[in-house]
Design a protein around this ligand. Structure first.
Ligand SMILES: [Zn+2]
Length: 162
């Protein structure tokens, strides 16, 4: 994705109040390998139940504030976005208020995501070769594309309610 500054990110949130945006704790550095990110997400170190993610939608950065919910699943959950079956990290259930009036009325969208938003790194790992002739690089590119679609769908869902 294209690099973003702290101000651009703060202004991009579509489901957070002015006060919530002011209270965001950013990671220590935004000097990231942006090219290798399909979205940028982080947890708030001061408010650990909160997470934030930013992606691009129609050439505009769209930021979403997320709240970890206490929903527990019986089996080890799979991240809905990177769909990694060999996940090296935990997955948690996050809820996002919808933008505008719908969100103010309590309407939320929920999804299971890697707890520290590691999806971009996960899909870039070389998948284990499944069989002779299996095109590892094509599979990797396909996983990156699938992740991008999941993120775009989520951003659109929170923004437009569809
Ligand atoms: Zn993931």
């Amino acid at each position: 994705m294209l690099p973003l500054t702290e101000n651009q990110i703060r202004d991009s949130f579509i489901n957070a109040s002015l006060r919530e945006r002011k209270n965001i704790t950013f990671p220590p550095s935004l000097d990231l390998a942006w090219d290798d990110l399909d979205y940028f997400g982080w947890r708030d170190r001061k408010l650990p139940e909160l997470g934030y993610l930013v992606g691009w939608l129609d050439d505009v950065p769209v930021g979403i504030m997320l709240r970890r919910t206490e929903a527990r699943t019986r089996t080890r959950p799979q991240c809905s976005w990177c769909e990694d079956v060999h996940l090296p990290n935990d997955v948690e259930f996050f809820g996002a208020k919808r933008a505008g009036a719908a969100g103010r009325n309590g309407d939320t969208v929920g999804t299971l995501i890697c707890s520290e938003f590691q999806c971009s790194a996960n899909v870039r790992k070389r998948p284990p070769t499944a069989y002779v002739g299996f095109d590892v690089e094509a599979a990797r590119l396909q996983r990156i594309e699938t992740l991008r679609q999941h993120v775009a769908n989520f951003l659109r869902n929170v923004r437009d309610g569809s």
